[in-house]
Design a protein around this ligand. Sequence first.
Ligand code: C2O
Length: 542
Amino acid sequence: ANVHHYTFIIRRTPITRLCQTHNKITVNGQYPGPTLHVHNGDTLIVKTYNRAQYNATIHWHGVRQLRTSWADGTGYITQCPIQPHGRFTYRFTIVGQEGTLWWHAHVSWLRATVHGALVIYPKRGSPYPFPQPHAEIPIVLGDWWNRDPEVVEIQAIRTGAAPNISDAFTINGQPGDLYPCSTSGTFNMSVQQGQTYLLRIVNAALNSHLFFKIASHNLTVVAADASYTKPYTTDVMFITPGQSTDVLLTANQPPARYYIAASVYTTQPVGKFDNTTTTAILNYEGSQSSATPILPQLPVYNDTATVTIFSRALRSLASPEHPVDVPQIIDKSIVTTVGLGLLPCPTGMTCGGPNNTRITASMNNMSFVLPNIAILQAYYFGINGVFTTDFPSNPPLVFNYTGDNIPKTIWAPVFGTKVKVFNYNDTVQVVYQGTNIFQADDHPMHLHGYDFFVVGQGFGNYNASTDPLTFNLVDPPLRNTVGVPLSGWAAIRFKADNPGAWFLHCHFDDHLSWGLNTVFVVKNGPGYLASLEPPPADLPRC
Ligand code: C2O
């Protein structure tokens, strides 16, 4: 195994998109940030300097961080942010994960521009479980905001209004030909006819699920969230914020130029979301460079059927070389609502939600409040008063969460910093129950420090006696982010074998800011190898 040394300098950089130049916060002046290439088993040492006049952290999205919760980079959960002029070195090892993950800032909405791909090749000397591709191309999907996303966030929190929407979607940082002033930067991918390519696709957009398609070509999914899947061939892909998907693309069409395109999936009304399409170009060698590329037909924005087909098609590879170990017996079981709600506007204030309310978000009626000291530090050093351990394991009310006529007054979340504590090696099942209390959404639920099996999903209310009979306990997909179906539920399982404090949250940044979060604290097991490492000496203090 190798050790990779990187230097990340977080700083403001002028970036021009859509005919406007703005000083955006970047890593090393790049947007998206640098792609890192490592092998399963390698160690990364990332010296991070904050020169941005803005608190920052770097989170290694999906990296398990076995025993190194301190390096998870989650502001106020595993570390206090790196303050302006401060620095911190992230050290961690990739254990057992192969495919694509990514990194992003985990403070405020900084991740809009502070993100990049993390490519994890197989263990040195091991092959892919699919034919060696001719070349590999990271495809980072994101969104561009003319405003400072940090300012958009503050406005959404302060007024409780739905935040502004993005001004463009992007492929590798570029909006593409269909937007003004964007043609010259459009991402171009050159291919040779007959060759097969591995696309490593990440959805780094702040608040948007995306459909992804390439005109006239099929895609074969071979990995998701850095775990191999059974090959699944489709002409359209769906990806929630936080997810990564590796697909094989064979250049088997007549030499020409084809658009690669992505657009939103949402059930919001038109006008409330970014309804634009980002494109890149798949360019066959020898094709006419002046020819207009062929545009794929993307699904319409509210095509839930396509989302459902795609999400249910994925299976773990579960081969002898890549076995899976799905927990069959459960020690700790949680059912938690995930959803939005409305709060009355405090007197003397004007709020931006419907009828002068504030939009809020919660899990089991608890709207999470970030503490002032990192939870992991408070836990490790025994500092009292930072969090409580009473995150409820069941919803406080049982009713038809996904019906149409839910009285808006029924759900007034309490604010708190309530975490859930697990013993080492507990087998855990979490059922996320979506609610339609205010606005149905399918929430991309992300857990730090773990890969989990998505054992089941469905529409309507979860039924604890019949739905478990339908669970896939043989080859469910292993992920770090699951899209909870719209007006439905999803069930995950994992073994709590990684001590630390692990953020669990909706990967829509607006929902995160409104409190759709909690923390899973996992205790040490017996012995050194089942224990959290001591904190690094340079860990930032609050
Ligand atoms: Cu992409 Cu809390 O993470």
